[in-house]
Design a protein around this ligand. Structure first.
Ligand SMILES: *[C@@H]1O[C@H](CO)[C@@H](O)[C@H](O)[C@H]1NC(C)=O
Ligand SMILES: *[C@@H]1O[C@H](CO)[C@@H](O)[C@H](O)[C@H]1NC(C)=O
Ligand SMILES: *[C@@H]1O[C@H](CO)[C@@H](O)[C@H](O)[C@H]1NC(C)=O
Ligand SMILES: *[C@@H]1O[C@H](CO)[C@@H](O)[C@H](O)[C@H]1NC(C)=O
Ligand SMILES: *[C@@H]1O[C@H](CO)[C@@H](O)[C@H](O)[C@H]1NC(C)=O
Ligand SMILES: *[C@@H]1O[C@H](CO)[C@@H](O)[C@H](O)[C@H]1NC(C)=O
Ligand SMILES: *[C@@H]1O[C@H](CO)[C@@H](O)[C@H](O)[C@H]1NC(C)=O
Ligand SMILES: *[C@@H]1O[C@H](CO)[C@@H](O)[C@H](O)[C@H]1NC(C)=O
Ligand SMILES: *[C@@H]1O[C@H](CO)[C@@H](O)[C@H](O)[C@H]1NC(C)=O
Ligand SMILES: *[C@@H]1O[C@H](CO)[C@@H](O)[C@H](O)[C@H]1NC(C)=O
Ligand SMILES: *[C@@H]1O[C@H](CO)[C@@H](O)[C@H](O)[C@H]1NC(C)=O
Ligand SMILES: *[C@@H]1O[C@H](CO)[C@@H](O)[C@H](O)[C@H]1NC(C)=O
Length: 610
């Protein structure tokens, strides 16, 4: 243990270094009115330093902290909740501050400079229930530190430098946060007593192996994301024997040695994302009877199997995105409750037909794979996947699959609300591809598909609210004469010169957002469109049109086009034409009159001659 002088000197050094940065921001905060006698809550967050600072000038002996506490804080004997966060406190000051705090239940020590917690630290505060030590630099916790805290239920040690926990034995603890440390291993003591632990957060550490969890546990939440797990074994092959000795005693049998997976019967949430897992053995799931959410995204899986040994029959969400999956096998009578399946970012070119037996599947993310789609007329072969007749399916994402065609009735019997087919350039869409979706489909995404013509019957899609055709080569859009339900239309980056008056009319009642930028629109040919866009409630991009009549004027924002401008042009032409006709008429009349006069005078002269 450091001597009082040493820690105090360290404290002063720390104080002086922090002083500069903190003093300005603290100046306004300083107010000892926060410290009320008899108040059971004491919030000294970022205040202690300042109190000490104000007394620094007449500091003559090492008892200054004591003096400061007496003067500004008073005894802690009745305080129940104490916030000492952000005070630059050092290791040994904690025990000193807490030496007589028998009523203390909640303690915040986050954002200090604690490097070690000694096993005497909390001996003066036996009632603690909740300790927050997050964001310190803790490297070491002495054996037995928390043993005397029989009511301790929450311990937050996140954002520290702890490298391992051996012999975890806090039976009564409910929540343990060790995220953002340097943990390479976590081992519980071998005991048949039940642990109360519910939440264990080990996110962002350096774990190579699955933690050794209490044999009898109630854990519901386990986060192991962003570690370095290569397998789900609790120990490496070298340690295996030792591990089995530890766990099972010396009299283990070779048969039992294959059971390296642990019982987690209450686990609801398991996050294994961002690790280096190559495989997940199906028997790993055999004790996960309650699992609701499983995330294994961003690993290196090339195969994934769920079989009847671990059927995961209450699992609702499964995330396998961004792996190297080529193969996916769901055996019969598994995954009964699965609603959302993330498979994007794999190299799937086929899907096991088990997928279509999933009785609850609602939400299927298949983007960024190499799938092609079968129609009901084709039999599913290894070269395509059937997505029709899945009566629970509502959301389907198929963008970026390099699909070349979409056959007729591809989704018949799957009542989709949202369908994303974007970024499958040059995909040939059958005219009947979306048949069966007439009543259900509300969102259709066809971005970046190089479409020159949209041959699906949009009029038939009665519920369609969002239509995204961004970045294609369409020269128009035909919606028929019926009112459409479309509220949001994106036609940016196409080749539309004229948007049909009947289309505008069909959109008029419901449309709220219209994006038309980067199209060669012609201003005076789009009078209906312009008056639609100029309605106050319409949300648009700053689309422009070309003003061909006024040569040289170029692009005009659709919102700025005055329809009178086009009308004036028209009426000018009309006037000129009328004048021309009039002039022409007059000339003809004049000519006729002249002719008549001429012939009469001729006759007259004749007669005169005669
Ligand atoms: C106790 O002090 C806190 C601030 O530290 C204050 O918010 C609270 O109102 C006080 N409670 C009583 C009962 O004085
Ligand atoms: C103490 O006060 C700080 C701000 O001054 C606040 O962020 C913190 O939540 C408070 N602590 C408690 C336990 O109320
Ligand atoms: C520091 O000096 C001021 C007056 O200069 C005095 O009021 C205060 O009590 C002194 N503090 C201590 C801790 O002695
Ligand atoms: C622990 O909590 C119980 C129930 O709230 C209480 O009776 C007991 O006094 C507490 N123990 C300590 C050491 O504070
Ligand atoms: C005090 O601790 C208890 C038990 O851990 C917790 O439920 C409660 O929210 C905490 N109160 C405060 C103000 O932090
Ligand atoms: C406290 O820690 C020291 C050193 O790690 C150890 O020798 C001692 O047995 C511990 N005390 C208790 C009560 O665990
Ligand atoms: C653990 O702490 C981290 C960082 O302080 C926080 O983001 C996370 O939500 C905590 N985990 C749990 C389960 O509360
Ligand atoms: C995991 O444990 C099993 C069974 O003991 C063993 O066959 C396998 O090689 C282990 N995997 C790794 C990566 O250690
Ligand atoms: C996919 O899995 C099945 C059965 O699990 C196997 O027969 C087949 O060879 C696998 N295919 C690939 C490409 O790995
Ligand atoms: C599809 O398979 C069924 C039997 O498995 C067969 O009767 C039918 O002719 C096949 N259809 C096509 C288009 O190959
Ligand atoms: C498109 O669908 C509408 C409404 O179902 C129907 O009246 C129309 O005939 C269809 N048009 C074509 C070209 O199939
Ligand atoms: C349209 O232009 C205005 C002003 O130039 C800009 O503030 C606004 O963000 C633009 N809107 C869009 C959708 O680009």
């Amino acid at each position: 243990m450091m001597s009082t002088q040493v820690w105090f000197l360290l404290f002063i050094v720390n104080l002086l270094s922090l002083q500069l940065s903190l003093c300005q921001e603290l100046q306004s905060e300083a107010d000892s009115s926060n410290v009320l006698p008899g108040n059971h809550t004491l919030n000294l967050s970022r205040k202690l330093l300042q109190f000490i600072q104000s007394d620094l000038k007449n500091m003559t002996h090492l008892k200054v902290l004591d003096a400061v506490l007496k003067k500004h804080v008073g005894p802690l004997s009745t305080v129940q909740k104490l916030d000492l966060s952000g005070n630059g406190l050092y290791t040994d000051m904690i025990g000193y501050l807490l030496r007589d705090a028998p009523a203390l239940t909640n303690l915040s020590l986050n954002e200090n400079s604690i490097t070690k917690i000694g096993n005497g630290t909390f001996s003066g505060s036996p009632s603690l229930r909740n300790i927050d030590l997050h964001n310190n630099v803790i490297l070491e916790i002495e054996e037995g530190t928390f043993d005397s805290l029989l009511n301790l239920t929450e311990l937050d040690l996140s954002v520290n430098s702890i490298s391992c926990i051996t012999d975890f034995n806090l039976f009564q603890l409910r929540s343990l946060n060790l995220s953002k440390n340097s943990m390479t291993s976590f081992q519980s003591i071998d005991s048949n007593q039940e642990f109360e632990l519910l939440y264990l957060d080990l996110r962002e550490n350096k774990m190579h192996y699955f933690p050794v969890l209490p044999k009898r546990n109630k854990i519901i939440y386990l986060d192991l994301s962003r570690n370095q797990l290569h397998s789900l074994n609790s120990t490496g092959p070298d340690d295996e024997l030792q591990y089995l000795r530890d766990i099972e005693g010396l009299n283990f049998s070779p048969l039992r040695s294959s059971k390296t997976h642990q019982l987690l019967p209450r686990l609801l949430y398991l996050d294994l994302s961002y690790n280096q897992l190559k495989a997940v053995p199906p028997d790993f799931f055999s004790s996960l009877w309650a699992l609701d959410t499983l995330n294994i995204s961003n690993n290196c899986l090339d195969n994934f199997v769920v079989d009847t040994e671990g059927p995961l029959n209450v699992l609702k969400t499964l995330d396998l995105s961004f792996n190297n999956l080529q193969n996916l096998t769901f055996k019969e009578n598994t995954l009964w409750a699965l609603e959302t399946l993330y498979l994007q970012g794999n190299i799937l070119s086929m899907l096991d037909s088990g997928l279509f037996r999933l009785p609850s599947i609602t939400n299927l993310h298949l983007q960024l794979n190499e799938l092609s789609i079968c129609g009901p007329q084709q039999n599913q072969t290894s070269s395509c996947v059937s997505l029709f007749s899945i009566p629970t399916l509502r959301y389907l994402y198929l963008s970026e699959n390099k699909m070349t065609s979409l056959p007729a009735h591809a989704f018949q019997g799957s009542p989709l609300l949202i369908l994303d087919l974007s970024l499958n350039p040059n995909m040939k869409i059958s005219e009947q591809a979306l048949s069966g979706l007439e009543r259900s489909l509300t969102h259709l995404y066809l971005r970046g598909n190089h479409l020159e013509k949209l041959n699906i019957n949009l009029t038939a899609l009665r519920s369609l609210k969002v239509l995204d055709l961004y970045n294609n080569q369409l020269d128009g859009l035909f919606l028929g004469s019926r009112n459409s339900a479309i509220e949001n239309l994106n036609l940016q980056n196409n080749k539309v010169k004229i948007l049909d008056a009947s289309t505008v009319l069909a959109l008029e009642k419901t449309l709220r957002t219209l994006y038309l930028g980067s199209n060669p629109l012609i201003c005076c040919e789009n009078i209906h469109l312009i008056s639609l866009i100029q309605q106050a409630h319409m949300d648009t991009d700053n689309a422009t049109c070309q003003n061909t009549r006024d040569a040289g004027c170029g692009e005009v924002n659709l919102r700025d086009v005055k329809s009178e401008h086009c009308e004036t042009l028209n009426s000018k032409v009309l006037v000129i034409a009328m004048i021309a006709v009039l002039v022409l008429g007059l000339m003809i009349v004049l000519l006729v009159v002249l002719k008549l006069c001429h012939s009469r005078s001729h006759r007259f002269s004749n007669s005169y001659k005669a």
